[in-house]
Design a binder for this molecule. Structure first.
Ligand code: UDP
Ligand code: MG
Length: 308
């Protein structure tokens, strides 16, 4: 049996070898289960020595593989590329910064043996993370679960071990705007959740800015829910009803009473409000349209510069 270990890397030169030695601490376990491994480092257009570090590892160990992108395409593309290349009967995906502890693998594998198709992980706390980031992350998961039919677990990591069947299912979703947490939920299968305490990254800095995360969360909502569109339609209906009531009120008033030109201030307020709501709804529509536009262009999700 072969286990494919997929590691997306973006400027992780200090973590490549560290991750590898950490993974190999499971050697005894791999042997006892008769598991061969292949470690696929997906270099997401790093500008540092990530590629050189991977090549160094490969010199001494043929099981190390490399896919190097022509530029930074984002973690989601890196994950997809890794799955595509994986030949294993099982595949697992971990961050290079050791925030997904490889020491959990034996436990995760035991659930696969029990008959689960996929073993997912979630961290039970967000120790060491900036509080504002945790706060917005929590709000996002609440909102997401309200809006979409796909179940997205708070604190879920992308760290997952799965069988070939699940990998193929994930690969069959060929969309350009990929939101893995949603995709994993969408494909279903029998999933076991393993919990662990948050671990801080081994070396280097996080690649996610606050703004980057915000855009990513929007992507998630748009990719897995059409609720914002429904809300826009409801707002439209609501404002039509309101306008209708107002029209009747004004008509009756000017038919039966005198109507001096007053109240222009309130008119300005109403016009501002309504045009604001219109622009908002147009914006929501625009978001979906832009995503559709990107899908329709059908561009490749990544471009490979080098593959070993
Ligand atoms: N990563 C990537 N491409 C990117 C950003 C990140 O492949 O554009 C990788 C990164 O090298 C790491 C993983 O995705 O292995 C998680 O990134 P990071 O640790 O920066 O995110 P955080 O853990 O802070 O959410
Ligand atoms: Mg990290």
């Amino acid at each position: 049996m072969l286990l494919s270990v997929i590691v997306p890397c973006y400027n992780e030169e200090e973590n490549i070898a560290l991750f590898y030695s950490e993974l190999l601490k499971n050697n005894e376990f791999f042997k006892s289960k008769d598991l061969d491994i292949e470690v696929i480092y997906v270099d997401d257009g790093s500008t540092d020595n990530t590629v050189i570090e991977v090549k160094k590892l490969r010199e001494s160990d043929e099981r190390v593989k490399l896919i190097s992108f022509s530029r930074n395409f984002g973690k989601e593309s890196a994950i997809y590329a890794g799955f595509k290349k994986a030949k294993g009967d099982y595949a697992v995906m971990l961050d290079a910064d050791l925030q997904d502890p490889p020491s959990l693998l034996p436990e995760m594998f035991s659930y696969i043996e029990e008959g689960y198709d996929s073993v997912a992980t979630r961290r039970v706390n967000r120790k060491g993370e900036p509080p504002i980031r945790s706060f917005f992350a929590r709000r996002f998961y609440k909102l997401m679960n309200k809006f979409s039919n796909t179940d997205i677990v708070d604190g879920a990591r992308d760290y997952r071990l799965m069988t070939r069947q699940v990998v193929d299912a994930i690969l069959s979703l060929g969309e350009y705007n990929r939101f893995s947490k949603g995709i994993f939920g969408w494909v279903g299968f029998k999933t076991k959740w393993v919990e662990f305490e948050n671990v801080e990254r081994a070396k280097g800095e996080t690649k996610w800015s606050f703004w980057g995360l915000f855009l990513y969360s929007l992507e998630g909502i748009i990719a897995f829910s059409t609720a914002p569109l429904a809300i826009a339609s409801c707002l439209g209906v609501l404002f039509c009803l309101l306008a209708f009531v107002l029209i009747i009120f004004i008509l009756v008033r000017s038919l039966f009473w005198t109507d001096p030109t007053s109240g222009w201030q309130s008119m300005v307020c109403i016009i501002s409000l309504v045009s604001g709501v219109q622009l908002l709804c147009l914006g929501i529509l625009g978001q979906y349209l832009s995503k559709t536009y990107l899908e329709v262009k059908n561009r490749p999700k990544y471009l490979v510069k080098e593959e070993l």
